[in-house]
Each structure stands twice: as structure tokens, then as C-alpha cells.
Design a protein around this ligand. Structure first.
Ligand SMILES: Cc1cc2nc3c(=O)[nH]c(=O)nc-3n(C[C@H](O)[C@H](O)[C@H](O)COP(=O)(O)OP(=O)(O)OC[C@H]3O[C@@H](n4cnc5c(N)ncnc54)[C@H](O)[C@@H]3O)c2cc1C
Length: 442
């Protein structure tokens, strides 16, 4: 069961582990170190490099998609943390070079091709690669870099930095003169590389053994499609209502195109799984044209936008647009299980015509203790319900007076999520009672 103390302890445990792993190289470097100090700024600059490289190595762990890693935060938060940590790692790595060059100009020789060509190329390469990593991420959309190429280049650049960084530490060897210290850095690099290989090679190999077949493609509303997949020769996927997977369409799982989508059907229905997809970019605009019978591969499930561990007697879903998909899975599961806990869905969409699952929600309302509150940005003249965007007033108006036993699920466009999360924070709702899923992770 999710409790406040369990959530805080779990979160603190993970943050502590991350911090320990980041600073561990500094302490390990001190063990058995007998050389004279080279002055504060040089040692400080070296320390920045150790921390920067350790953070880069840990980035591979954060993105390795092991559902147990960072479980209390959820995969989207974990990947967003990875994004923020990347900027910090960049600062440490660049700080390493800048502080050392300023502390002692002799260090500039490390970049001088006349002194040592391979070393100069490798270290200049690290500076360029680190800056590209950040620039491509920050300005990806502005420079028109396709997501898949960005992701591939991201992994390769990071791998290059970790590899050269480790070789550099060994070559300088000032703080890693002991064989066991060198072994630790090599192991760290191998773990990072191993995770990438596991992610991009071994996982697809496993996925290849469990293919799926597209059995239906249906337009829910304009530019929003539901596709159903059937397991082809295996038992299918065990998942919790509200979770998401990465989907690859086509004959092979070894593809750059792999996209996360939430399952919009119930885990109680084993023979088919449904996804509901809104057209957005190059991949999603092709979904309506998928041929029946074509192949798909699934990696997952991931995410903790689920209600299996909730103790609340009333679940409140504040969702917008395509952010309804996990809620649909949860509501159908309540129905399949005959679970009569109360639910309120506050659902913002552009209009009734552009509301996916309008009829399905109506049918679910008749079978569950469910109140669906539609909030249309633009409503027909005869509509007497909520209109405009979801606001704190709309949320308050549609909740029971006593909100102490409600658990909240928030999913939708970022501005809507900011309003909903901010409102709940202002009301003092404890963070462990709010589940959020952002569809725009990088
Ligand atoms: C946890 C999660 C669950 C999601 N569930 C749904 C859902 O149920 N229904 C739905 O319609 N959409 C969902 N999305 C969003 C969906 O993944 C993107 O809309 C889709 O990947 C866009 O791909 P594109 O090539 O059409 O668009 P693009 O123009 O290539 O990308 C648009 C944006 O989508 C994101 N994106 C693109 N490719 C990927 C990728 N491989 N991995 C992660 N993010 C990517 C990037 O932020 C990008 O800027 C979900 C996203 C996440 C993170």
C-alpha cells in the first residue's frame, strides 16, 4: 500500500544511493593515495572531472528502463531527472577542463596535437561531444533533428564520453594508480556499455520471441486512432491498468522507431490489448494506415500510474485530451472486477466531437459508481456543463466536500497538468496521493 512514509523513505533511499554513487569516486581516489597535493584549484578541477564522469555513467542506468530503478518516482519522472542530471554532468565535465586550464596553463598541452595527437583528438572530441549532447537535446526541435536520430546520437555520444573519460583517467593515473581502482573504473564503463547493449540488442532479441499482430484499427475521433494487438503464439502481456509500453511496428524489433503508448484496455482481457493514439508527428500520423495483420513488438510494461495499491475510497482523474488513455484502462478494470469504489473523471477536451471515448465513458458511468465531468473548450449552445480549460474552480466544484480520502490521477497536456498539480499542492494533498503521467518525456 502507498503511504506517505513509505513514499518518503523510498525516495530518500534512491536519492541517497544516487548521491553516494556520484561522489564515491572521490573517496575511492583518496584510498592509498600518496602523491603530493598539486594545489586546491588543480585538485578541485580533477574532482569535478571524477564527479562528471560518474554522473555520465549513471545516466546509462537511469535510462536503462529497469522498472525497479527509481520505482517510487515513475518512469517519466526518472527520465526527466535524467534530463536535468545531464545538464549538471555537462557543467562538471566542462568545469573540469576550464578550472584545470585556468589553474595551470600546462594542462592545455592535453589538447595540443603536437604533444600527443591521439590524446588531443580524444579530449577535444569529449569537449565537442559533451556540448553536442546538450545542444542537440536543448535545441532538438528548433534544429529539426528527428527524435529517433537524436536518441541514437545521444546514446553514442554518451558512450564515447564515458569510454574516453575512463581511458583518460587510467592514462593520467594520478588518483587511480592501484590496479583495483583501475578495475573499478573499467567495471563502471562496462556496466554503462552493458546497459546500452542490453537495451538496444538483448531486449529486442527477447521481444522478437513474442510478436503481436494488429487485429483492428479504428478512428475514435478525428486524428485519434485505437489499434488492437493480439499476441501471436504466446500468452500476451501481464500489466497493471494505467501502465504503458514501448511499441515497435514492423517485422523486426531492431528499429530506431520505438514509441511509448499507454494501454487503453483492461489487463483482465487477456487476448487483446488496445492503444489509443493521437496524431502528432511522423510516426503517429501513420497509425490510421496500419494494415491489419501487420506485426508489432512490445517492450514493457512500465509506469506507476496505477491504482492497484491505492487505499482511497474515491479516485479522482483529472485528465486532458489523449491523457484519458490510462484512465480508460483503469475504469474498464474496475468494471471487469466489479469494483464499486467511487470515481470522478474531470476530462478536458476541445469539444464533444473531439472527445475520445465519449460514448464508452457514458456506458461505464451506468455500470460503475462513476461521475464523468466533461470540460469542453468550445461547447454547443445546448451544452449546460463545464466549459473552457480545467481550472481550480472546476476541479473544486466537482469533488466531494471531504477530499481527505481521495487519490488523484493527473494526465494530459503540460499546462493542464501544471494547473491540476498546483491546485492539489495548494490544497495540501500529500504527494504520494497524486499520480502524474507526462506524455512528453525526452
Ligand atoms: C509514458 C508515455 C505514455 C504515452 N501514452 C500515449 C498514449 O496513450 N497515446 C498517445 O497518443 N500518445 C502517448 N504518448 C505520446 C507518444 O509517445 C508521442 O506522441 C509519440 O511518440 C510521438 O511520436 P511521433 O513520431 O508521431 O511525433 P514526433 O513529432 O516525432 O514527436 C513528438 C514528441 O513526442 C515525443 N516522442 C517522440 N518519439 C518518442 C519516443 N520514441 N519516445 C519518447 N517520446 C517520444 C517527443 O517529446 C517528441 O518531441 C505517451 C508518451 C509517454 C512518454
Amino acid at each position: 500500500m502507498r503511504t506517505r512514509s513509505a513514499f518518503i523513505i523510498n525516495s530518500a533511499k534512491w536519492l541517497l544511493l544516487f548521491t553516494v554513487l556520484v561522489v564515491a569516486p572521490l573517496f575511492l581516489a583518496m584510498v592509498g593515495h600518496r602523491e603530493e597535493s598539486r594545489g586546491f584549484w588543480v585538485e578541485f578541477g580533477v574532482g569535478l572531472g571524477f564527479i562528471g564522469l560518474a554522473m555520465m555513467g549513471l545516466q546509462f542506468v537511469l535510462t536503462a528502463r529497469y522498472s525497479k530503478i527509481g520505482a517510487p518516482f515513475g518512469m517519466d519522472e526518472l527520465l526527466n531527472f535524467h534530463g536535468q542530471a545531464g545538464y549538471v554532468a555537462w557543467l562538471f565535465i566542462m568545469g573540469h577542463f576550464i578550472v584545470l586550464f585556468l589553474a595551470d596553463s600546462e594542462f592545455l598541452k592535453f589538447l595540443d596535437p603536437a604533444v600527443n595527437l591521439p590524446r588531443a583528438l580524444a579530449l577535444s572530441g569529449v569537449i565537442v561531444a559533451t556540448c553536442c549532447l546538450i545542444a542537440f537535446t536543448y535545441w532538438r526541435e528548433k534544429i529539426g533533428l528527428v527524435y529517433e536520430w537524436w536518441r541514437a546520437s545521444h546514446g553514442l555520444l554518451a558512450l564515447f564520453i564515458v569510454f574516453i573519460g575512463t581511458v583518460h583517467i587510467m592514462q593520467v593515473s594520478f588518483y587511480v594508480s592501484e590496479i583495483w581502482q583501475q578495475a573499478l573504473w573499467v567495471i563502471m564503463s562496462l556496466v554503462a556499455i552493458g546497459m546500452l547493449v542490453h537495451n538496444r540488442v538483448l531486449r529486442p532479441l527477447q521481444m522478437r520471441k513474442k510478436p503481436y499482430k494488429v487485429v483492428s484499427v479504428k478512428e475514435e475521433v478525428k486524428e485519434t486512432w485505437s489499434i488492437e494487438l493480439e499476441p501471436d503464439g504466446h500468452a500476451g502481456l501481464e500489466f497493471k491498468a494505467g501502465q504503458f509500453v514501448w511499441i515497435t511496428l514492423g517485422e523486426t524489433p531492431f528499429k530506431l522507431q520505438q514509441h511509448p503508448f499507454t494501454i487503453s484496455s483492461s489487463p483482465e482481457v487477456k487476448d487483446k490489448i488496445r492503444f489509443t493514439i493521437k496524431e502528432l508527428g511522423d510516426f503517429t500520423t501513420q497509425v490510421g494506415a496500419i494494415e491489419i495483420g501487420s506485426r508489432a513488438f512490445i517492450e514493457g510494461p512500465y509506469g506507476n500510474f496505477t491504482m492497484d495499491e491505492t487505499s482511497a475510497t474515491h479516485n479522482v482523474f483529472i485528465v486532458g485530451g489523449i491523457g484519458i488513455t490510462p484512465t480508460m484502462s483503469i475504469l474498464q478494470t474496475l468494471r471487469e472486477r466489479g469494483d464499486q469504489r467511487e470515481s470522478t473523471v474531470i476530462y478536458g477536451t476541445p469539444s464533444k466531437q473531439l472527445t475520445p471515448f465519449y460514448e464508452e465513458l457514458k456506458a461505464l458511468s451506468a455500470e460503475l459508481r462513476l461521475n464523468v465531468v466533461h470540460v469542453f473548450e468550445e461547447a454547443d449552445d445546448d451544452w449546460d456543463g463545464e466549459t473552457g480549460f480545467i481550472t481550480p474552480e472546476i476541479i473544486r466544484r466537482n469533488l466531494p466536500d471531504d477530499i481527505s480520502n481521495c487519490e488523484y490521477f493527473v494526465c494530459g497536456p503540460p499546462p493542464m497538468m501544471d494547473v491540476a498539480e498546483g491546485t492539489l499542492r495548494e490544497w495540501g494533498v500529500p504527494v504520494h496521493m497524486v499520480h502524474s503521467e507526462r506524455f512528453n518525456i525526452v
